[in-house]
Design a protein around this ligand. Structure first.
Ligand code: PLP
Length: 414
């Protein structure tokens, strides 16, 4: 990568904001305030440039070509695999499988490992705070295999009920699949404890890292999870690419996912042998450009410094929580002790969608609705929330604008 990163020791927000071209635009005549980072983060110039650079200078299919362009494209694509390995602390690059995103990574495990290992009467445990991506693939598998899906309940603060979890574990538990950080509540789950307990019962654990990977330091070896999934577009990278990490032995033993080019060693009508890891799970031409730019996004995060980003986001979370609580009738949904910079709230007598529209009129992008976590909304007995989620480029001044916008909207709507 040719781009150099020049971030000061402490987080220089003006300098960071300068590197995100979209932040210069206006919405409805107002400067854009982007608080929908849990849905997808904005992209720094370096990431956008990496896409343009690939298509302008070395667009070629990877792995099979011997010409210079193919070699350059292959090297850049594989460099992202190394970057991902470092980003999540995997033991080997063979444990990093590129997918379309978290959703596809979870489905890959359900359709391969799940099909092979889950039998009638076996049990899979998820939690009440899962994204639909970590519910539906397991429902499909359980229906298919006549297995049982069990759910860890969540308390009124939005934390996992660990005592209930312990009681759900048993000799038939095959897998626990848990979100690391809730996209709807911001709750950080005690994954280390969850994994230890599952392993003591001989169960494997999949962690949905869609929200955690951008905020927390991820070390899959220390965590000892069996599978870990995340998406590029939530870590300042492009859409359409993500990662499945799996322990090498599990990935070696698992059956293949999709058939096609690249995932094979030899094909004949008498039979086909499959490629080595990680290519065994990467059939067909992958998303080359976005994968390369994903690597650039991870480098960008590394250069800014995850700890400095986290400190800044935590300050924003604390400030916003304090200010939001002063708005009459507003209730924060999700007040776990361990949280990242996601705030969901409801306002008595006001529909979240109406709030979202009025805030958009002021250039403020928030998310409203069930956040792909309908069972969680049901457990709180609400149809949905308004959610503000913060990233490295957000500021206290933007939160002040949100508060002004909310106060005006609430007055108008209630
Ligand atoms: N899991 C969680 C916790 C999420 O927040 C999301 C996306 O919002 C997903 C899974 C699905 O991610 P993707 O749509 O990138 O596959």
């Amino acid at each position: 990568m040719t781009e150099t990163f020049t971030i000061e020791k402490s987080l220089d927000i003006a300098h960071i904001r300068d590197q995100f071209p979209i932040l210069k635009r206006t919405v409805k005549g107002k400067p854009l305030i982007y608080f929908d980072n849990a849905a997808t983060s904005q992209k720094p110039k370096q990431v956008i440039d990496a896409l343009v650079d690939y298509y302008s200078n070395y667009n070629a299919n990877i792995h099979r070509g011997i010409h210079s362009l193919a070699e350059e494209a292959t090297a850049a694509y594989e460099a992202t695999r190394d970057e991902v390995q470092r980003f999540i602390g995997a033991a080997s690059r063979e444990e990093i499988i590129f997918t379309r995103g978290t959703t596809e990574s979870i489905n890959l495990v359900a359709f391969t490992w799940g099909r092979q290992n889950v039998k009638e009467g076996d049990e899979i445990i998820i939690s009440e705070m899962e994204h639909h991506s970590n519910i539906v693939p397991w429902q499909i598998l359980c229906l298919d295999k006549k297995a049982v899906l069990k759910v860890i309940p969540v308390n009124e603060k939005g934390e996992l009920k660990m005592d209930a979890y312990e009681k759900l574990l048993g000799p038939r538990t095959k897998l626990v699949s848990l979100v690391h950080v809730s996209n709807a509540l911001g709750t950080v789950n005690p994954v280390r404890d969850v994994i230890d307990l599952a392993h003591r019962h001989g169960a494997h654990v999949m962690i949905d890292g869609a929200q955690s990977s951008v905020h927390l330091d991820i070390d899959v070896q220390a965590m000892d999870c069996d599978f870990f999934a995340f998406s590029s577009h939530k870590v300042y990278g492009p859409t359409g690419v993500g990662v499945l990490y799996g322990k090498k032995q599990l990935l070696t033993d698992m059956s293949v996912f999709q058939g096609g080019g690249e995932m094979i060693k030899e094909v004949s009508f008498a039979g086909t042998s499959y490629n080595d890891l990680p290519y065994k799970y990467e059939a067909g031409t992958p998303n080359i450009a976005d994968t390369i730019a994903f690597g650039t996004a991870l480098e960008f995060i590394k250069h800014v410094g995850k700890d400095r980003i986290r400190d800044h986001e935590n300050q924003l979370l604390e400030y916003a929580t304090q200010r939001l609580k002063q708005i009459p009738g507003l209730r924060i949904i999700g007040e776990a002790k361990e949280k990242i910079s996601v705030i969901s709230f409801v306002v008595e007598g006001v529909h979240p969608q109406d709030l979202g529209i009025l805030l958009d009129n002021r250039g403020i992008a928030v998310r409203t609705g069930h956040h792909c976590a309908q069972p969680l909304m049901d457990s709180f007995n609400i149809p949905g929330t308004t959610r503000a989620s913060f990233a490295m480029y957000n500021t206290k001044e933007e939160i002040d604008e949100l508060i002004i916008g909310l106060e005006k909207a609430v007055k108008l709507l209630s």
